[in-house]
Design a binder for this molecule. Structure first.
Ligand code: SF4
Ligand code: SF4
Length: 154
């Protein structure tokens, strides 16, 4: 009995002196592997124009049908993208996405990639349908209040 007690205390003391494995998430986060496939990012060119031309190829390539693209014609005086069309609406249902990356492979303009953001849990389903505003990169040089230049999708 006494030996077991000492054995148990020894294990407890060893665990107390060991460096903790846990981290204070979400303030602390582990580095994401460079090839991780997290939430998508819609990219811009350096001049701020959106790379997406609303062609819907990503939507057609998606094996689970979770991308919705509503294309619209560009106004030549104020183009949103360099193409004839741009994506007026762009949505991805993140609950259905399997993070296969086919959308990025299908995109002719490299407008969409899978980014490093993996913490996608939420309490509300509707917030797990990512909109264009959620996914689109900030303007080059954009500096959010108190943030670094470049900004980025939420
Ligand atoms: S990663 Fe795959 S499942 Fe997710 S939106 Fe892209 S094509 Fe669809
Ligand atoms: S993200 Fe790429 S494939 Fe999808 S609509 Fe835009 S340009 Fe086309």
């Amino acid at each position: 009995m006494f030996r077991e007690l000492i054995g148990g205390l020894r294990i407890t003391m060893q665990a107390m002196l060991r460096k903790p494995l846990t981290i204070q998430y979400p303030e602390e986060q582990r580095p994401v592997p460079p090839r991780a496939r997290g939430r998508h990012i819609l990219h811009r060119y350096d001049n701020g124009l959106e790379k997406c031309i609303g062609c819907e190829l990503c939507s057609g390539a998606c094996p689970v049908g979770c991308i919705y693209v509503l294309p619209a014609a560009n106004d030549p005086a104020h183009p949103v993208s360099p193409g004839e069309r741009f994506a007026e609406r762009y949505e991805i249902n993140l609950m259905r996405c399997i993070y296969c990356g086919y959308c990025a492979e299908a995109c002719p303009t490299e407008a969409i990639t899978l980014g490093p953001r993996l913490d996608l849990a939420d309490y509300k389903r509707e917030r797990l349908v990512a909109t264009k505003a959620d996914l689109l990169e900030a303007w080059p040089g954009f500096r959010p209040p108190g943030g670094a230049a470049g900004g980025g999708p939420r």
